[in-house]
Design a protein around this ligand. Sequence first.
Ligand code: ZN
Length: 149
Amino acid sequence: MQGFSYEDMQQIDRAELGDQVPLELFRTIRLIGMYQGLPMGGRGTTLTIGRKIGESLPVRSLEELLALFRKLKIGIPSIVHRDDRIVRVAVEDCFCKGLPVLEEKLVCDLEGAIMEGALTRISGQRVTVKEIKCNVNGDDCCEYEIRFN
Ligand SMILES: [Zn+2]
């Protein structure tokens, strides 16, 4: 299929408005469009979208992936636990920070699916990523559990 690559996304030629859009636009697409607009909070679709994005990212390691998360201002990630099969990544300053708290809602599943897609491609094994904390849920940060099966 003919289509776009991540490198294409970096070709930006806007004379007046440049390469930035406001965070509220990203949030609107993510939360009003995807989370509220799709059936079941967009669960299955979000996973498909996130994995596809993750596979397309030009990264070769977990460290490069986390550096890109920061560069893209998704949030500031850091590894808070690591053993043979599990890595936990906490994200400070996540795009969701400051939204009203909605208990039992973890809304940053797309970002976890992006990690899943990237890490599955990099490692060549099945990787699953689960969001285990979210600012919107009232937690102190957003956090993901990455499981290397
Ligand atoms: Zn979150």
